[in-house]
Design a protein around this ligand. Structure first.
Ligand code: FES
Ligand code: FES
Length: 156
């Protein structure tokens, strides 16, 4: 089977068919930005987009992604290397501490801004509630989402 990851066609080998999307991304495609943490859909560290929707990749059998399009944190920067406004806002605000949860946080934030370009605190807290951060970076995440929202509106 095949799928598209960050715009690139990818082939899934026969003997990976029983693995999860997260395992295939990390172990076979070398895309280690999506993290394995709880493994049971409870933390958001493994969050990617499938066909534009945020999904916990630790729960998704690779077979279910046949012929679909996956976006991971590695696919967010532009081709010239410039960071996505969310990544830049995260960097400017020094959001990460240990960093383990942060790719999932950014991917969830992206999904939020794609459906709601001007979220208030309640919208953000609701959208981000499934993404846990043991380092407690929630205030800086909220501020960075607002910063990125302004930039994304400016650049269209
Ligand atoms: S590792 Fe997938 S939700 Fe926690
Ligand atoms: S930055 Fe450490 S778990 Fe979120």
């Amino acid at each position: 089977m095949k799928l598209t990851v960050n715009g690139e066609p990818r082939q899934v080998a026969e003997d990976w068919q029983d693995e999860t999307l997260l395992t295939v991304l990390r172990e076979h495609f070398g895309l280690t930005g999506s993290r394995f943490s709880c493994g049971i859909g409870q933390c958001g560290a493994c969050l990617v987009h499938i066909e534009g929707a945020p999904v916990s990749s630790c729960l998704v059998p690779i077979k279910d992604v046949a012929d679909k399009s996956v976006l991971t944190i590695e696919g967010l920067a532009a081709e010239d290397g410039s960071l996505h406004p969310l990544q830049q806002a995260w960097l400017d605000a020094n959001v990460p501490q240990c960093g383990y949860c942060q790719s999932g946080q950014i991917m969830q934030a992206l999904a939020l801004l794609q459906r709601n370009p001007d979220p208030d605190d309640t919208d953000i807290d609701t959208a981000m509630s499934g993404n846990l951060c043991r380092c407690g970076t929630y205030d800086r995440i909220r501020a960075s989402i607002k910063t990125a929202a302004v930039v994304m509106k400016e650049i269209g």
